[in-house]
Design a protein around this ligand. Structure first.
Ligand code: CMP
Length: 139
């Protein structure tokens, strides 16, 4: 993917609390175009593979257990400078530190259960997009 796309997820707690609709509304308000989207559930093995970059971190077990605990929404979003635009839009990783009105402030509850994921680089956006979607699922 080029610098105009990012891979996002709506995490299990946000899905369980009924926040898919409100977050999709925010995505539209923010001017992000949906290129691909699916409602799915990661197995523990898939969550470990997705977050392999964090495998040495002390929270890896908690993170992968949580991310495989229920259904998620995964999507590729398009916007100019999408990775940075999305990260600014959703707010700080810790919802307690996120700016008012951001997705993580509104719908996140803790560092782990922070409502949404966003790729941290163009390179990882490409890798993460390929993790969830084949070419025929991207429009
Ligand atoms: P995300 O954007 O999905 O990328 C990695 C995730 O790790 C991050 O959001 C947080 O939810 C999670 N994370 C980061 N630091 C911690 C931590 N100290 N404890 C639990 N989860 C964390």
């Amino acid at each position: 993917m080029n610098g105009n796309k990012t891979l996002i997820m709506i995490k299990p707690t946000a899905v369980r609390k009924g926040y898919i609709g409100p977050i999709m509304g925010k995505i539209a308000e923010g001017g992000f175009k949906i290129k691909a989207m699916k409602y799915t559930r990661l197995s523990l093995e898939q969550a470990k593979a997705f977050y392999a970059v964090h495998s040495e971190r002390p929270f890896y077990g908690e993170l992968t257990g949580f991310m495989s605990s229920g259904p998620i929404v995964a999507a590729i979003l398009e916007k100019e400078n999408a990775v940075e635009a999305w990260r600014n839009f959703i707010g700080a990783t810790n919802p307690a530190e996120a700016a008012e009105g951001t997705i993580r402030k509104l719908y996140g509850t803790s560092l782990g259960e922070n409502a949404v994921h966003g790729s941290d680089s163009d390179e990882n956006a490409g890798i993460e997009g390929d993790f969830f979607f084949s070419a025929t699922e991207i429009f």
